[in-house]
Design a protein around this ligand. Structure first.
Ligand code: HEC
Length: 313
C-alpha cells in the first residue's frame, strides 16, 4: 500500500519536474531573442557539385577516382593519413597488382616498424597491406607542425562533415582574401574575425579561419596521368570524389542492393494483392441484398408498438 502511494508521488514528482523544465524552456525560447552571431553572417553554405556517385543509380567514375587519388598522393598525403584505406584497396580504382605494389613501395611516407635486430622503433617502405600512413609520428608532432591544429585522418571525413563531399569541394576552393571579402549584405570582415597568425580565411570553415594553408593553389599543380586539364576546380572535385570512395567504397553495392530490394518488395506486394483477390473471390460474388421479408414475431412487435403509439398500420 505504502509502496504504491510512494511510487505515485515519485511519478508525480517526475512529471512535475519534466513539465516545469518544458514550460521554462518554452518561455526562454520565446522570450530571449536569438543571439546575433557575427561569424555566422560571414559563413557560406557549401556549393554543390555533380559527381557520378550521387543519386540512387550512382556509380563511381574510376578515372575520376584515379585522378582524385593522384591529388591526394601529391598534395594531401603530405599532412593527412587515410587510416582506414590500405594500398591494396586501390585495386577497386582499376589499378592492377603490379601497379598497387609500385605505388606502395614508392610512397613518400614510410610506415612505423620495429628494427628486427635492435628492437628500436624504425620505419620502412609500405607494402600493399599497409594503410596510408600519417607523415607525423604522433599527434604532438602533427600539431607542432601545423600551428597546433591536427590534420584529421581523411578516410571518413566525407561522412564526418555536414554536406560531405560538397563541403570538402567548397572548402578546398573556398579560400578568400579577408581584406576584400564581403558577405551577402556587403559587409566587410570585422577585425576580430580576421585570421590570426598561421590561420587562413575560409568562409566555408565553421569558424571562418582554418589552420590548413590552401592546399590546391594553381592550375596544373598536378599533372594528370589521363591528360585531363588540372584546373583548381577539377582537382578539388576529383579529390572530393576520391574521398567519397574512401568513406564508402561499397556505395555501388548499396545502390544495387537497394534496387534489388525495391524490385523484390514490389513483386511481393503484387503477389500478395493477387492472393488476396483469389481468397476472397467467392465471397465477393455473393452480394447481400435486402429481401423485404420480416420474421413473423417481429412483425407482431412492430404492430403492437404502432398501436401503442396511436399509429394506423
Ligand atoms: C600543410 C598540411 C596540409 C595539407 C597539404 C593539406 N591539409 Fe588539410 N588540413 C591540415 C590541417 C592542419 C587541418 C586542420 C585545420 C583546423 O582544424 O583548423 C586540415 C583540415 C582538413 C580538413 C577538415 C576541415 C574541417 O572541417 O575540420 C579537410 C577536409 C582537409 N584538411 C582536406 C585536405 C585535402 C583534401 C587536402 C589535399 C588537397 C589537404 N587537406 C591538404 C593540413 C593540411
Amino acid at each position: 500500500m505504502f509502496v504504491r502511494i510512494g511510487a505515485f508521488f515519485v511519478g508525480l514528482a517526475f512529471v512535475g519536474v519534466t513539465l516545469f523544465s518544458l514550460i521554462t524552456g518554452v518561455i526562454a525560447y520565446v522570450t530571449t531573442p536569438a543571439e546575433e552571431n557575427v561569424a555566422e553572417t560571414f559563413h557560406l553554405h557549401p556549393r554543390t557539385f555533380d559527381v557520378s556517385s550521387n543519386g540512387p543509380f550512382g556509380t563511381f567514375d574510376r578515372r575520376q577516382l584515379q585522378r582524385g587519388f593522384q591529388v591526394y598522393k601529391e598534395v594531401c598525403a603530405g599532412c593527412h593519413s587515410l587510416n582506414y584505406v590500405a594500398f591494396r584497396d586501390l585495386a577497386a580504382l582499376g589499378y592492377d597488382e603490379a601497379e598497387v605494389k609500385a605505388i606502395a613501395s614508392q610512397w613518400q611516407i614510410e610506415v612505423p616498424d620495429i628494427n628486427p635486430d635492435t628492437g628500436e622503433p624504425s620505419t620502412r617502405k609500405p607494402t600493399p597491406a599497409d594503410r596510408f600512413p600519417s607523415p607525423y609520428a604522433n599527434e604532438v608532432a602533427a600539431r607542432s607542425a601545423n600551428n597546433n591544429a591536427l590534420p584529421p585522418d581523411l578516410s571518413l571525413i566525407v561522412e564526418a562533415r555536414e554536406d560531405g563531399s560538397d563541403y570538402i569541394y567548397s572548402l578546398l576552393t573556398g579560400y578568400r582574401n579577408p581584406a576584400t571579402f564581403r558577405n551577402e549584405k556587403g559587409q566587410t570582415l570585422p577585425a576580430d574575425l580576421r585570421p590570426g597568425n598561421g590561420l587562413h580565411f575560409n568562409p566555408y570553415f565553421h569558424n571562418l579561419n582554418i589552420a590548413m594553408p590552401p592546399p590546391i593553389t594553381a592550375d596544373g599543380q598536378v599533372t594528370y596521368a589521363d591528360g585531363t586539364k588540372s584546373t583548381v576546380d577539377q582537382m578539388a572535385k576529383d579529390v572530393s570524389a576520391f574521398l567519397i570512395w574512401t568513406a564508402e567504397p561499397k556505395l555501388e553495392n548499396r545502390h544495387r542492393t537497394g534496387w534489388a530490394a525495391m524490385i523484390f518488395l514490389s513483386i511481393a506486394t503484387l503477389l500478395g494483392y493477387l492472393a488476396y483477390r483469389n481468397v476472397w473471390r467467392d465471397q465477393k460474388a455473393k452480394p447481400v441484398a435486402y429481401t423485404g421479408t420480416m420474421k413473423p414475431e417481429n412483425r407482431e412487435k412492430r404492430d403492437e408498438a404502432s398501436r401503442e403509439a396511436g399509429l394506423n398500420t
